[in-house]
Design a protein around this ligand. Structure first.
Ligand SMILES: Nc1ncnc2c1ncn2[C@@H]1O[C@H](COP(=O)(O)OP(=O)(O)O)[C@@H](O)[C@H]1O
Ligand SMILES: [Mg+2]
Length: 363
């Protein structure tokens, strides 16, 4: 039986889908699809990231919109593969994070899995983070368990750096243990700045950032954020790294040019990832990057410059397209659920133990 993973992350860009065959012989990707969100849905999702009027109704309506895009993504995967819904055992549907407050005992991924089951005729596994939080964990990151399952090379240390809206690392240690946590901002702050100053959802290839120069004093202030020095387990989101956070730091740099700020934000993502990699994965020879940040040449160059002696490549070098890794991970979590096998790594999330993650909405 085949599985579908649907991932829409903190970048709010759209949904990545993966069609996957899991078996004892390994993991085989049979197709991928991407559906970009219209600007109106992005704006609605962005507005739901912080408190506002009439949130319950706005959340429900946005969830219905989101799930219609999820269903389109599923239809595209099925039609490209020439198969019907009956061939799919389950969809792992992440939903859209609108609050992440594990310290208060909750994380909320907006979703309507009942509607997705109705639209697709496929079993849907949703709400994949809450059980880990209920067990005292961060509920994030969840991808390290999947990274270990498919990228582990016994006797070697490997680092995976996932650069979505937020950045996170997985360190697959030579002894088989795994370290992983959110490192801080990935693309989210850069995207917001590009939207504000270029009117574009992101700085394509980091070309705009390349025209600027990082501002050392501003970079130091940004890196002074307490989150970066916190010990793991830890996870973060737009709850902390949002436009107001950036604007409060910019207040003391009124003459900074927008391009220099973009260069500084690029450096912030690279430096915070590199600090974490040096702290926990210094034995690795190569850092494998996935997520949309792998498409940002300025960011990749900045990360390589921060990690002398380590190669920085995309996961393409391991045979997996960088945009696909997280969608594959959510297909894998759906597979784990159907086997009633745990999906979390307590050493990563801080949960009290292994837990089966998700809830089933039967077709
Ligand atoms: N060609 C590109 N140049 C620069 N950045 C890109 C490019 N393509 C994608 N990105 C970045 O990747 C982000 C999407 O990455 P993704 O892995 O989907 O993140 P998330 O999991 O948070 O949704 C975009 O918002 C953008 O910042
Ligand atoms: Mg995305």
């Amino acid at each position: 039986m085949l599985y579908i993973g649907l991932m829409s992350g903190t970048s709010l860009d759209g949904v990545d889908g993966a069609l996957v065959d899991f078996s004892d012989e390994g993991t085989r990707s049979l197709g991928d699809a991407y559906i970009a969100f219209p600007a109106s849905l992005r704006a609605d999702l962005m507005a739901l990231q912080s408190a506002g009027q009439n949130e319950i109704e706005r959340e429900a309506l946005a969830a219905n919109q989101l799930v219609r895009h999820y269903a389109d993504c599923v239809a595209m995967l099925l039609s490209n593969a020439g198969i019907g819904p009956d061939a799919i055992a389950a969809i792992g549907a992440h939903g859209q994070t609108i609050r992440h407050r594990p310290e208060l005992g909750f994380t909320r991924q907006l979703n309507n899995p009942a509607l997705l089951a109705e639209l697709t005729g496929i079993d849907v596994i949703a709400d994949l983070r809450s059980r880990d939080v209920a067990a005292g964990g961060q509920g994030a990151p969840l991808v390290p368990a999947f990274h270990q399952a498919i990228f582990n090379l016994p006797g070697h240390t490997r680092v995976l750096a996932n650069i979505g809206g937020i950045g996170n690392i997985s360190v697959l240690h030579a002894d088989g243990t795994v370290t992983g946590y959110d490192t801080g901002p990935g693309n989210a702050l850069m995207d917001g700045w590009a939207l504000q100053h270029l009117g574009q959802p992101y700085d394509a290839n980091g070309a705009w950032a390349a025209t600027g120069q990082p501002i050392p004093a501003l970079l130091a202030e940004l890196l002074n954020e307490a989150y970066f020095a916190l010990p793991a387990p830890k996870s973060t989101g737009r709850d902390l790294f949002h436009a107001d956070w950036l604007n409060s730091k910019l207040a003391s740099h009124p003459h900074a040019t927008p391009a220099d700020v973009q260069a500084t934000l690029t450096q912030l993502t690279a430096a915070s990832l590199a600090q974490a990699i040096v702290r926990d994965g210094a034995q690795a020879e190569t850092v494998y990057v996935c997520g949309g940040g792998a498409q940002n040449a300025s960011l990749m160059a900045a990360l390589a410059a921060e990690l002398p002696g380590m190669a920085v490549e995309s996961t393409e070098a391991l045979g997996v397209a960088p945009s696909q890794v997280e969608a594959l991970a959510f297909a894998w979590l759906a597979w784990r659920f159907t086997q009633r096998k745990p999906g979390n790594l307590p050493a990563v999330t801080g949960a009290q133990g292994l837990r089966v993650l998700g809830a089933l909405y039967p077709r």
